[in-house]
Structure formats: C-alpha cells, structure tokens
Design a protein around this ligand. Structure first.
Ligand SMILES: Cc1ncc(COP(=O)(O)O)c(C=O)c1O
Length: 423
C-alpha cells in the first residue's frame, strides 16, 4: 500500500515551498521568454503514476516488462507530435532540449565532426558549440553571427562559412534572436554542401504549433525542440525527423548514448500539451503572443529604448539597457525589475562590451504573460512601467511597483492557489 496522505500532511515543509512558489508565480508579470504556465491537465499528467515505470528502449523494443501501457502512451505522444508539426519520425523521450540536441549530434556525427551554428553571444544556445558545453568540447563548431549594421543573420556569410568549412550539419535556431529565420536559404546552403539541415526550434515551436510562425519541419531534415516554452507543456525535449533512417539513428544517439530510462510522467505531460496545442484556442493564444510582443516593442521604441534589430517578428525582444541608462548593466536592470514585480532575464546583446554574467541587455518574451491573460494594452503599459522603473531614482519605485503588482494580481496564472493546482 502506498501512503495516500496529501503532500501537505506528509511533508509540510516541501508543501510550504510549493505554496510559496505559487504565490510568487501569482504576484508578478512574467516575461522570461522561455517560461510558461502549464494547465491543470498537464500538471496532473506529470504528477501521475507514470513516474513509477522503467522503460528503457522504445515502444515495442523494451528492456523491461510491463511496458504495454507506456508503449501505448508513448506512441500516442509520438502520433500527436507528428500530427501537430508534420515529419515522419518523432522522438518524445529527451529529458530536455539540451539532450534532444545531444541525441542528434551523437546519432548523426562522430566526435570531431564539424557543425555550423549560431554564436551564443549573438543569439545561439549553449548546445550550439559553446566551449563550456559538451557540444563545443566534442564537436568542431564553426559559428555565424549577425551583421553589425542590420543585426540580422547574414545568409551570405552563412553560405561563405558553409562552403569554406564543409560542416556535416548546418544548424539554425536561437535563444535570443527576434527575427524570422530564412529556412529556404539555410536549406539551399545545406544542399549545396551535402549537409544535414537541423533546426533547434526550442524557443518558438509553440508558435509553429499555433500556426503563427512558419514551420521548420517543412524544410529541415531534423527539428529539435523543448516542450515547456511557448508550447506550454511538461518540461522536456523532443526531436522530429523527416526521414525514418535518420530518426532511427537519433534514437540510438539518445538511448543508450545519452539517457537511460525516460521520464514517463513527463512524456505524458508532453502528450497532453500536443493535444492542447492542436485545439483552435491554441492558435488564438499564439496570435496573441505575437500581438503582445508587437505592442511591447512599439511602446519601447516610443519610450526611446533601443531594441536589437529595432523590433521583433516573434515572441521575444532584446533591450539595449544603455539606451535607458548608460551606466546600468543588464544584470542590475533585471534585479531592479524583479524587485518591482517584473520577472525577466539579463542577456548579452550583439557585440556586448560586458561579460555574460553582467551584460548590457535584457531579454523579454510574451508567452507566459499571454497565458496570464495580459492583452496588448497591458503589455504596452508594462513596457512603459519597465522603462520608468529603470529611469527612476531608487526612492521613487514604490508607485511603479504598486501598479505592476496591481496588473499581476489581476492576471494570476493559478487563481485557485495551492493546493488547487497540485496533482
Ligand atoms: C535554442 C535552445 N536550444 C536548447 C535549449 C535547451 O533546453 P533545456 O534547457 O531544456 O535543456 C534551449 C533552452 O533555453 C534553447 O533556447
């Protein structure tokens, strides 16, 4: 018999921490571009008994008995992913976005092979070749950046580097780039040199699912993504391949190369998210994410704040904090904003003179605040409040915080609080 008493009864200390974080989530405006608030259904699936099952391998080919139900569930998650995004082979097992990328590299490449990806300090991700990450330590990354004038990816430069270095994989995708990717151009470059075209869509796959952004699955050989950002699902990663053979190789890259047993409760939460993202309401949500980002970007420009590239085509924007206060770092700005009820992160901007732990920029994204329910008017007002908070004297922050908290309390993601959203 398992102990069926509640978390609150068994472990009030831990329950107290959950309650505390529900309180934190319910009392700020959330603008971290990679975060979101999952539904009760996703929370229930991730809190389900699927956490108990060991199931190394893939459906129908397991190293443990008793896998019939998880096989059915994993196949459902795979089918839903393919139905939502296209492609021919889905792998829903990666514990995270980093491990989805690891699976692709391990599955398709040998250590020392070349990959062409975007520079971390100009918008790429750690797993795109950073020297402090397994990717940069095991593979020979060549990096493209952005054009100094336009601050956009220069596809001619990507082509020049590809032809010069002949990478086996051409990788597109970003953590902090506010503009569209030119999939056709990447595809033709990859074809020109016989490389695999991979897209890391971790940040924006939710907007693809909601049909608000073009679909990289229509162009790439392989698309990796996270399921917990704009897609609003359980925390984890996934891979879609457009070729069965490539998909099988990536499976091996994940298991036994990178992971043991998968997190079946998380996979259940991903399956629910794929189902939710296929509903018409999710397309509406995705459009609102973009409209809200536009409303914020426009207001920042009106307030005299410099945005990298001057605006955004997607769910995120990068603010050059020096345009508000020449002396202030991104880190100081993020800390001040956190203290008045706006949660976001400091972020390097292109050619940033500050080191990565200080930076001159902050990154803002609208997926979480859109789930909270803020509309375009509130997003524009929050942009003005952010600017005011960063321009104000420390002693004049109280009325700004009061207004931000008023907005946050009007749009709590979990209005029932704790324990309404546990289990
Ligand atoms: C482009 C990109 N790839 C991969 C990842 C890694 O995802 P995770 O943090 O789940 O490992 C991220 C996360 O921020 C990302 O932005």
């Amino acid at each position: 018999m398992t102990d069926d008493r509640s978390l609150e009864t068994v472990d009030p200390e831990l329950a107290g921490l959950v309650r505390k974080d529900v309180g934190r989530q319910n009392s700020s405006v959330h603008l971290i571009a990679s975060e979101n608030f999952v539904s009760r259904a996703v929370l229930q699936a991730t809190g389900s008994v699927f956490t108990n099952k060991y199931a190394e391998g893939f459906p129908g080919r397991r190293y443990y008995e008793g896998c019939a139900v998880v096989d059915e569930m994993e196949r459902l998650a795979q089918a839903r992913a393919l139905n939502l995004l296209g492609g021919v082979h889905a792998n829903v097992q990666p514990h995270s976005g980093a491990q989805a990328n690891m699976a692709v590299y391990f599955g398709l490449l040998q250590p020392g092979d070349k990959i062409l990806g975007m520079r971390l300090d100009q918008g790429g991700h750690l797993t795109h070749g950073s020297p402090v990450n397994f990717s940069g330590r095991l593979y020979d990354f060549v990096s493209y950046g952005i054009d100094e004038q336009t601050e956009r990816i220069d596809m001619e430069e990507v082509r020049r580097l590809a032809v010069e270095h002949q990478p086996k994989v051409v990788l597109a995708g970003y953590s902090a780039y506010p503009r569209h990717l030119d999939y056709e151009a990447f595809r033709s470059i990859a074809d020109e040199i016989g490389a695999i075209f991979m897209v890391d869509a971790a940040h924006f796959i939710g907007l693809v699912a909601g049909k608000a952004l073009p679909n990289p699955v229509e162009h790439a050989d392989v698309v990796t993504f996270t399921t917990h950002k704009a897609l609003r699902g359980a925390r984890g990663g996934a891979v879609i391949a457009n070729d069965e053979e490539i998909g099988k190789k990536i499976e091996k890259g994940l298991f036994p190369n990178a992971q043991g047993g998968s997190l079946y409760n998380q996979i259940a939460g991903k399956a629910v998210a794929f189902h939710e993202a296929a509903q018409p309401a999710f397309a509406d949500y995705s459009q609102r994410i973009l409209a809200n980002a536009q409303a914020m970007a426009q207001r920042f420009v009106e307030e005299g704040v410099r945005l990298v590239t001057g605006g955004t085509d997607n769910h995120l924007m990068l603010l050059d904090i020096r345009s508000i206060d020449e002396e202030m770092t991104g880190k100081a700005a993020a800390k001040r904003l956190d203290s008045v009820g706006v949660t976001l992160n400091f972020n390097s901007i292109p050619n940033d003179p500050q080191p990565p732990f200080r930076t001159s920029g902050v990154r803002i994204g609208t997926p979480a605040s859109t789930t909270q329910g803020l509309g375009t008017d509130q997003h524009a007002e929050v942009a003005s409040l952010i600017t005011a908070a960063l321009r104000a004297d420390e002693s004049a922050l109280d009325p700004i915080e009061a207004r931000i908290r008023e907005i946050a309390h009007a749009f709590p993601p979990y209005p029932e609080g704790f324990p309404g959203y546990v289990g």
